[in-house]
Design a protein around this ligand. Structure first.
Ligand SMILES: Nc1ncnc2c1ncn2[C@@H]1O[C@H](COP(=O)(O)OP(=O)(O)O)[C@@H](O)[C@H]1O
Ligand SMILES: [Mg+2]
Length: 180
């Protein structure tokens, strides 16, 4: 996987599949680190599953035997001399944290995080929420499906192309104001 936004898409999809009602995605940028955290209150994993989940042959899906999402995210973090940490409790939820050394030559580019978040917001079920938080040393901002749905009213879906574009554009503008 070439861009971190693709890893984020994959790992956040795990939270959706796990039936999470609340998903919190955080991107934290400092002078030398990128920290990505995905926390959910989905079905969680037992200890045995958790211990084997960074192994590329672990999956509960039946269509393909190899689960690659977490192993690839871990590999990407370790290639930049960072690390991946997973905490999970059955019936409570899961938290995946990946830390990257931003200035390491093998640190992948972030990719289009704004478009990825917009896509994920359209993918979460109506009765679930995704909150995105962006943090830097200068400050940050949040955007969540709950406030967006409320602002849009019942008739317009987060999957509408215009809404998707607006979300991505809003995130890009906000992020630029903290990174320039
Ligand atoms: N957030 C999560 N909540 C519950 N189970 C999870 C979560 N993330 C991963 N898993 C479990 O770990 C397995 C491996 O995940 P992953 O490496 O992304 O591969 P895949 O999604 O392709 O199966 C999943 O099939 C699922 O059983
Ligand atoms: Mg996955």
């Amino acid at each position: 996987m070439k861009e971190l936004s693709l890893n984020v898409l994959d790992i956040t999809h795990n939270s959706i599949t796990a039936g999470a009602k609340q998903i919190d995605l955080t991107l934290e940028l400092t002078a030398d680190r990128i920290v990505i955290r995905i926390r959910d209150n989905g079905c969680g994993m037992d200890e045995k599953m958790l211990a084997s989940v960074t192994d590329p042959f672990t999956t509960t899906r039946t269509t393909r035997r190899v689960g690659m999402g977490i192993p690839l995210f871990k590999l990407a973090a370790e290639q930049s001399e960072g690390y991946l940490d997973i905490k999970s409790r059955i019936n409570e939820g899961t938290e995946v944290t990946a830390v990257f050394n931003k200035n390491h030559i093998d640190c992948p580019p972030l990719g289009d995080m704004a478009a990825t978040v917009a896509m994920l917001m359209a993918a979460v079920p109506e009765d679930s929420d995704l909150n995105y938080r962006f943090e830097t040393e200068k400050g940050g901002f949040s955007l969540g499906t709950a406030e967006l749905r409320e602002a849009l009213g019942g008739d317009i879906s987060l999957g509408e192309p215009e809404v998707q574009q607006w979300i991505a554009e809003h995130i890009r503008e906000q992020e630029q104001s903290y990174t320039c």
